[in-house]
Design a protein around this ligand. Sequence first.
Ligand code: NAP
Length: 251
Amino acid sequence: MPAAIVTGSSRGIGRAIAERFARDGYDVAVNYVESAQQARAVADAIDEETDADAVAVRADVSDADEAADLVDATVEAFGGVDHVVNNAGIDQHVFTEDLSPADFDRVMDTNVNGAFNVTKAALPHLRASADAAAGDPAPTPSVTNVSSILAHTGAAVECHYAASKAGLLGLTKSHADDFAPEIRVNAVAPGHVETDMTADRTEAEKREELAAIPLGTFGQPEQIADAVAYLRDAGFVTGETLNVNGGELMR
Ligand code: NAP
C-alpha cells in the first residue's frame, strides 16, 4: 500500500486529510507536536476503521532534524513515502506594531520552513516512489502544501501568517519546477474552515466573515481533504493552487 505523511494531523484539517488518505488506500503517518493523545486516537481509528495502517509520530516540523526523523519513522513503518501533505501550521492575531521578531520567526519557521524541511527529507523517498512506479499509469508521487486565502489577500492583523502562506505558494511553484517530471507539487488555499484555529471568533466576527462568503457557510475540514485528494490524483496538474473558499475570493 502507498504511504503518506500528513503533518499536523492530530486535529482539524490535517486529521480530515489523514482519514481521507486512509480511506483511499494509503498508510498514513499522523504527525503532531503536542497533542499526543489526539494523534494516537486518529491513528487508532484509521487502524480500526480502514484497511490502511497508521502511526502517530511526534515531530516539530520547524526543526529540520525532527522533520527528518518524521520521514525516517514513516519509512520504517511503511517502507517508503509516496505523498506528503504539508498541513502543519500556526497563526497568531497581532498587529505589526505589537508583533515581536521572535513571533514573526515562529510562524514562518512552522509554516514555511516546516514544509521545506519535510519535503527536503522526503525527497529521496518520493523519487524512489517515482522510479518504482515508472510506466505505471497511477498518479505520480506528490507534495501538497496547505496555504490560505490570506496568501492572496494579506491580513492586517496577522502579517506573518499571510506572508508565510504566500511564501508557501512560491515554494510550491519552485518545487513543482524543480521536481518535475517525477513529482508533482501543488497547494490548496482554504478560506475560513471550522477548526480550533478559527474557534476563537466572536459571534459578531463570524457574522461579518459569513457575509463575505457567497456560499453562505464556513468550510469543513473534509472539504479541504477533498481538494487535497484531487491534487494527489490529478496526474497533469503541478505548480497549481486550488482555492477552496466558498467564493470569498474568486481568482
Ligand atoms: P489546527 O486545528 O490549529 O491544527 C493545527 C495542526 O498543526 C495540529 O495538528 C498541530 O499539532 C499541528 N502543528 C502545529 N505546529 C506544529 C509543528 N511545529 N510541528 C508539527 N505539527 C504542528 O489548524 P487547522 O485549522 O486544522 O489548520 C491546518 C492548516 O490549514 C494550517 O496550515 C492552517 O494555516 C491552514 N488553514 C486553516 C484555515 C482555517 O480556517 N482553519 C484556513 C486556511 C488555511 P498539535 O495538535 O500537536 O498542536
